[in-house]
Design a protein around this ligand. Structure first.
Ligand SMILES: *Cc1c(COP(=O)(O)O)cnc(C)c1O
Length: 464
């Protein structure tokens, strides 16, 4: 008999392990523990070589310990908080905007108990869930009506499906954008059931291109904010005012997919200029769509704002029911809008704006303050230097404008790429994973979004 088989024979029974690990049942419940033991024994049966290394007499406690580890691991949530030190403030893969405290509290209230989500407390009859945010939204965007759906992709889909199914929509070739791989204007137009008519060229589109494309099958004119890139050089695009005028001469609605959609004047916050939703509406847009979790700094959602007659049609489309937002989103969004009512305190209250407006000098001071402790925690394998860098807004907002910032440039003492890769990996394995970026043979942490500084350093020191 070979040694593998001997070991298989000596594997304890499920009951035997249960007795050994009885205390686990109190915490995890009898059924889960039994299932975990079965699973562990099964794995050992399938992998006898691994058993050879285990001392036969300690096999029982070995199995019990493995079961406990498995249960502990399974209890860890896969969705956890991380430190976003990538230098991209609105990072789609890291969940985009962080919500303000006021919004978090409002989410708890509606999540914990029933609410008047779709119930009119005045009349005691069914209400409209949009009503909670619509009034403020209309004030902030200078529009007649608005509705909220799951994200901006859904907003564009709902608008096109309602107004343009089976009809044509001319779009400039310079605006057929792809956002983050999963949202492509041509594909969303196809899904909505309308026919895309490409006009102009990649770098130049003229008003006459649109004029030539309009016919009696045209549903609307659409302008898409070229969010994540900029065409430079010999370029020409048609302004919103010109397009609005043409649309209205032809009796068509003019729709603008603004992408990021900000509600405040950015230069007033020392940020690069970006047209506000209200400005786009004043330029003649009948409908504007934008995201809730980009520059707006709120929860994930898509906002459709504009003419009441059109908004009413979107609300009646059965697709709206499939794309509607839940009560937690509305609760958070309402609080974010309330913060916008006081722009003077917005940069202090809204995390996205707070991160975007953090002065480089302040970030530098923070970098100099923590660099020695980070260096100490990573020595002797790594060296840490304070370094200038440029943050990005992210999520397709302001693609060419960067924000001056500071960070930690961490290099390997042996100058190997492997050491840098290992550092990035161990950073991702921390209790609160740290996400930085690897750049030119070094590991880089942009500190613009580092708000929990002590927690960040403490876990580095503990992991040493
Ligand atoms: C980001 C973006 C979208 C998609 O918005 P989501 O909220 O991510 O669905 C659509 N159009 C433009 C122009 C964008 O920038």
């Amino acid at each position: 008999m070979n040694s593998d088989k001997q070991h298989l024979r000596s594997l304890p029974s499920v009951d035997r392990v249960l007795r050994e690990a009885g205390h686990l049942a109190e915490r995890w419940g009898h059924e889960r523990v039994t299932a975990a033991i079965r699973n562990e024994l099964e794995q050992m049966r399938n992998n006898p070589e691994a058993l050879n290394t285990a001392d036969k007499t300690s096999l029982l406690s070995h199995v019990a310990a493995a079961v406990e580890t498995e249960l502990e691991n399974a209890a860890q949530s896969s969705l956890v908080s991380v430190f976003n030190l990538t230098g991209t403030v609105l990072h789609t893969n890291l969940g985009r905007a962080s919500l303000p405290e006021e919004a978090l509290q409002a989410v708890q209230v509606v999540a914990r108990s029933p609410s008047n989500l779709e119930y009119d407390l005045e009349t005691g009859v069914r209400g409209d869930r949009d009503s909670h945010v619509e009034r403020l939204l209309c004030q902030l965007c200078d529009v007649e009506a608005a509705t909220v759906v799951n994200n901006n992709a859904a907003a564009v889909l709902l608008v096109l499906n309602t107004l343009a199914t089976g009809l044509e929509v001319p779009v400039s070739r310079g605006e057929l954008v792809e956002i983050g791989g999963s949202f492509r204007i041509p594909e969303i137009m196809q899904s909505s059931g309308c026919v895309l008519v490409e006009v102009g060229t990649t770098n130049r589109t003229h008003l006459k291109d649109y004029k030539n494309a309009v016919n009696d099958r045209t549903a609307l004119l659409l302008k898409v904010h070229a969010s994540n890139y900029q065409i430079q050089g010999f370029t020409r695009s048609v302004t919103e005012t010109e397009l609005a005028q043409l649309a209205h001469e032809c009796g068509l609605p003019f729709v603008v997919d603004l992408g990021s959609g900000n509600l405040v004047d950015f230069p007033a916050f020392n940020l690069p200029d970006e047209p506000t939703v209200a400005h786009t509406v004043r330029s003649g847009a009948d409908i504007v769509t934008f995201s809730g979790d980009k520059l707006l700094g709120g929860p994930q959602c898509g906002i459709i704002a504009g003419k009441r007659e059109l908004i009413t049609r979107f609300k009646k489309n059965p697709m709206k029911r499939a794309l509607r937002v839940d009560k937690m989103t509305l609760a958070a969004l309402l609080e974010v809008f309330r913060l916008y009512q006081d722009p003077s305190r917005l940069a202090e209250k809204l995390p996205t704006l707070a991160f975007l407006t953090r002065p480089a000098a302040e970030i530098r001071t923070q970098a100099e303050r923590i660099a020695p402790r980070v260096a100490e925690a990573l020595a002797p394998r790594y060296e840490v230097a304070v370094s200038e860098c440029h943050s990005q807004v992210g999520s397709g907002a302001l693609p060419v404008d960067t924000l001056p910032s500071y960070g930690l440039r961490i290099s390997a003492a042996d100058e190997s790429d492997e050491a840098i890769r290992q550092l990035a990996e161990s950073m991702r394995r921390l209790a609160v994973p740290v996400i930085g970026r690897i750049n030119k043979g070094a590991y880089f942490l942009d500190l613009r979004c580092l708000d929990r500084e002590e927690e960040f350093i403490a876990q580095l020191e503990q992991s040493k």
